[in-house]
Design a protein around this ligand. Structure first.
Ligand SMILES: *Cc1c(COP(=O)(O)O)cnc(C)c1O
Length: 391
């Protein structure tokens, strides 16, 4: 299989640094299937905002064409999805920011969210002969975007009267789908606000889909059905419920592996320190590897000593502070490891061993979403990377 070093193709004579982000379309396809099983009656939006959660829209597209549509925020990203040949639905999750965005919606055939009166005013002012499909957003408790429940009916009535508007769907977004508060109260608030309004319903994000699948198995508790679900993180193999569950519980597969190499080794003795600020002090003789990956690659600086890594597929940990271009890992006791060893920062090692990105995020006090999105532009991306076979 030929690896495509997309961003470095122009400099074919120069060797890039050994760090690479590998994108696994088979994992994306697998995760689409898992989510379809979890929400068998719903259509599936593949959420590809923020450049497909850092994976790259062009790199994930082939793995996500089994979804029913693509949801994102940015008209330029919508244009890229159309340029890849997608003729199905595309939804702008925050809708139009200004009137000319609605012209782009007409030109690119985009569906869009309507979350405030100003967006209805824009629609009323939009000159088009082809009415647009809109998703009316209700604020069921997140208090970010959307009409208050008591305004839902008036907003729907106003939209419904506009010749610029075609079908109206109803949407809300949960604030606590991956936490102890859960989704029941918000789902009920949404249902009360919209019970007498026609139109398709679009409620669940990844956490809500996986949670509802679990509920349905455990308690038969019935929550309002989604005609559409909007899944992001789970497509990429992140576990929305990390802490209570991890990705292996949901059989999701990692869509990205971040790998680098040991480019130097050191043998600190007891009392020696490692890295900036001397935050790590060796307790005895040890062997460490210096890895070509730093915070300028998107690896979080908050991942201090003890963050899990894989060295040649074997579990190990980071040592000391992450610097801009490098970090250190513990090689003590890892037979055969040294200069040139493969280091997996998250995802699959070439041996097939998995380091869940959630475990790395947890060690750094953040969430997998942030790690994925922070992947830096300087990291070469290998599209179409095969999933390694576990040995
Ligand atoms: C980002 C986003 C999603 C996807 O959420 P995940 O937790 O990644 O599944 C769904 N709906 C809206 C409105 C979003 O902004």
């Amino acid at each position: 299989m030929q690896a495509r070093h997309l961003r470095f193709a122009r400099y074919s004579s120069a060797m890039p640094r050994p760090i690479q982000a590998l994108i696994h379309p088979d994992a994306l396809r697998h995760n689409v299937a898992v989510l379809r099983q979890s929400a068998p009656d719903a259509r599936l939006w593949a959420v590809v905002k923020a450049n497909a959660y850092g994976h790259g829209i062009e790199q994930v597209f082939s793995g996500l064409t089994g979804a029913d549509g693509f949801a994102l925020l940015d008209i330029e990203e919508a244009r890229r999805v159309r340029a890849l040949g997608w003729r199905g639905p595309i939804l702008l999750l925050e809708g139009a920011f200004e009137l000319r965005d609605l012209e782009a919606c007409s030109r690119l055939d985009l569906w869009h969210t309507v979350h405030c009166e100003a967006q209805i005013d824009m629609l009323a002012a939009h000159k088009t002969h082809v009415p647009q499909r809109v998703f009316l957003k209700i604020n069921s408790g997140m208090n970010r975007l959307g009409f208050a429940p008591h305004q839902a009916r008036a907003a729907w009535t106003r939209l419904n009267a506009l010749p610029q508007v075609d079908e109206i769907s109803l949407m809300t977004h949960f604030s606590d789908a991956d936490g102890p508060i859960g989704i029941v109260a918000q789902a009920q608030a949404f249902q009360r606000a919209t019970s007498d309004l026609p139109g398709e319903r679009c409620l669940s994000n990844s956490a809500a889909v996986l949670r509802q699948a679990l509920h349905a198995r455990q308690s038969r508790q019935s929550l309002p059905a989604s005609d559409w679900v909007r899944t992001g993180i789970a497509l990429y193999g992140g576990a929305p419920d990390f802490g209570q569950a991890d990705a292996s519980d949901t059989s999701l597969q990692a869509a990205m592996s971040l790998r680098s190499k040991v480019i130097a080794t050191q043998q600190p003795q007891a009392g020696d320190t490692v890295g900036y600020g001397s935050s790590f002090v060796a307790q005895g003789p040890m062997r460490i590897g210096i890895v070509c990956c730093g915070y300028a690659d998107g690896y979080p600086r908050s991942c201090d000593t003890g963050t899990p890594v894989l060295v040649d597929g074997q579990p190990s940990r980071t040592i000391g502070r992450v610097s801009m271009d490098m970090l250190a890992v513990d090689l003590t006791g890892l037979a055969g490891s040294g200069q040139g060893s493969e280091v997996t920062l998250w995802g699959y090692a070439s041996s097939g061993a998995l380091l869940p990105i959630d475990a790395v995020a947890q060690a750094g006090g953040t969430i997998a979403y942030e790690l994925m999105c922070a992947l830096a532009a300087r990291v070469p991306v290998v599209a179409d990377a095969a999933l390694p076979q576990a040995r």
